[in-house]
Design a protein around this ligand. Structure first.
Ligand SMILES: *[C@@H]1O[C@H](CO)[C@@H](O)[C@H](O)[C@H]1NC(C)=O
Ligand SMILES: *[C@@H]1O[C@H](CO)[C@@H](O)[C@H](O)[C@H]1NC(C)=O
Ligand SMILES: *[C@@H]1O[C@H](CO)[C@@H](O)[C@H](O)[C@H]1NC(C)=O
Ligand SMILES: *[C@@H]1O[C@H](CO)[C@@H](O)[C@H](O)[C@H]1NC(C)=O
Length: 473
């Protein structure tokens, strides 16, 4: 801890900290990155100052990490916030779904390390990725309960590599969509076993398919990592389990069928692994239980897909809420003036629900824009990201439920052939990197609030609070 540091180093830390405070105080007067103007332009001046701050922060953070190397604890939940070691843990993170598949091949494995390294360099601390590949090319699960050990080792590698870069993982356990197998593959397996199945949504209701899914959950959670010897269910590198990527059950618009599945599965995950947090993986549409909230949905179809944001998240065992944000997919593919206002109202509505009705944190677990959209340009993408980040900060400042966001999606160089249009290659996107990095820096300050109290006493803490709460972030 700090007392064991040599005096020279301690002086260095204090100097860095004072410098950061100075920069942030002065910076907010001149930097327009987070100004509330509609243009939300990133100025060069802002970037320069910001880079100084980031450098100082990362020096500070790496020195602190040296000191606190031993403390790599499980993320937990306290009321509507995440905590690690009793300190707040606000999330600035990203998605890269294909890590396991890339790690399965020696020739592409390096890309996993590369994306973690680049993400860490802009302060990202959480990655959401797939812990499933059902029956497809390079499948993890080749058929029910039959695993490819090489692919499992690849997932082990992803987990152990994430730890090296101090990145925590949200691991999703299957897909609503056909990519990487998902519920359609489970139904194919069921049919092959002679079950009378008529719809992919039988995945949610058929007892045998539920048994297949539970077996997968059990296998992953009890997996002993071949690189670290740590059982997944005991590994603090894993931030949370996600039941499914974007579950929908259009065959039952009442939502009862999906609700029953969520209840069954959330409790099941907890019964095997009571230590980790659990989320569902929903996009966040309001459903039949809250007719007064459906006005916030992006379109009228959204309330008919069998999901129900508030009701679904009230299921026992669900620890935090997830919401995705895709105006280009939900409102109009062409970028329009309505998209950014939608982002704000969509986020604020969910933050309010998470506070009033759910009493849990909410993570905006996917958001982004496709470069293939008509009307797209990188300024728009930066504005979208800025809008999400600012809305989070507005909540964070008030101690609200807005716990963080995960951009869709961060790719390393040379993986363009995997790009669906949404990929951000940090090394090629200076302005976007800068925005991401600034958000990381600001959230890192919130996250170190308590550790400052521990190390420097209440006087320091008060100074920081004053800075955070009264400064225009
Ligand atoms: C299969 O299930 C459907 C719908 O549940 C039912 O209508 C049909 O009779 C069943 N077929 C067989 C052969 O059991
Ligand atoms: C994991 O356990 C095996 C067998 O007990 C041991 O040989 C190996 O050194 C351990 N590896 C690590 C990284 O702890
Ligand atoms: C970028 O795209 C937005 C949204 O389509 C548009 O309003 C803006 O004028 C564009 N800016 C440039 C510099 O092309
Ligand atoms: C954040 O809060 C400020 C002050 O209440 C408000 O002016 C601003 O519009 C909010 N920004 C976003 C993105 O919600």
């Amino acid at each position: 801890m700090i007392s064991s540091m040599d005096p020279h180093k301690r002086f260095g830390l204090l100097r860095i900290v004072s410098f950061i405070l100075f920069l942030i105080l002065t910076k907010d007067l001149s930097c327009s990155a987070f100004a509330d103007s509609e243009q939300e332009i990133i100025e060069d001046e802002c970037e320069a100052v910001h880079n100084q701050i980031t450098d100082s922060i990362s020096t500070y953070v790496s020195e602190m990490e040296e000191v606190e190397e031993e403390e790599w604890e499980m993320v937990q939940k306290k009321g509507n916030q995440f905590v690690v070691n009793d300190e707040p843990f606000y999330v600035n993170g990203f998605n890269t779904y294909w890590l396991m598949v890339f790690a399965a091949d020696e020739s592409t494995r390096g890309k996993v390390s590369e994306v973690f390294k680049q993400a860490a360099s802009v302060g990202l601390t959480v990655c959401r990725t797939w812990a499933f590949n059902d029956g497809q090319w390079r499948a993890l699960q080749k058929s029910p309960s039959v695993y490819d050990e090489q692919v499992f080792k690849a997932l082990d590698f992803v987990v152990s590599e994430a730890r090296k870069y101090k990145i925590r993982l949200i691991l999703s356990l299957t897909n609503n969509w056909e990519a990487y197998g998902g519920k359609a593959q489970y139904v194919k397996w069921g049919k092959a076993a002679g079950l009378n199945l008529t719809s992919d949504d039988d995945f949610f209701s058929h007892p045998t398919l539920r048994t297949y899914y539970k077996a997968h959950v059990k296998t992953v959670l009890n997996r002993v990592n071949t690189f670290t010897n740590i059982t997944y269910k005991n590994d603090p590198t894993i931030f949370a389990w996600e039941l499914m990527n974007e579950p929908r059950c259009t065959s039952d618009p009442t939502g009862d069928k999906l609700q029953d599945w969520i209840q069954d599965m959330a409790v099941y995950v907890k019964s095997i692994d009571p230590k980790h947090l659990v989320e569902i993986g929903l996009e966040g549409f309001y459903g039949p239980s809250t007719p007064q909230r459906v006005q916030f949905n992006p379109n009228t179809y959204a309330q008919q897909v069998g999901t129900d944001f508030i009701r679904n998240h009230q299921a026992l065992g669900v620890d935090f809420a997830s919401v995705h944000i895709y105006p280009d997919s939900w409102i109009s593919q062409a970028i329009s003036d309505t998209h950014l206002p939608f982002v704000t109202s969509w986020m604020e509505a969910h933050i309010e629900d998470a506070e009033k009705y759910l009493g849990m944190p909410v993570v905006f677990a996917e958001f982004g824009v496709s470069a293939k959209d008509p009307g797209y340009n990188s300024t728009y993408r930066d504005n979208l990201i800025n809008r999400v980040y600012k809305t989070i900060l507005n909540s964070t400042r008030k101690g609200g439920s807005g716990a963080g966001s995960l951009v869709w999606q961060v790719f390393p160089d040379g993986t363009d052939y995997m790009d669906d249009g949404y990929a951000i290659v940090l090394s090629k996107s200076t302005s976007t990197s800068s925005i991401i990095s600034l958000q990381s820096t600001r959230l890192a300050l919130f996250n170190s609030r308590c550790s400052w109290k521990c190390h420097w006493g209440c006087k320091k803490k008060k100074q920081l609070e004053k800075l955070i709460y009264y400064d225009e972030l």
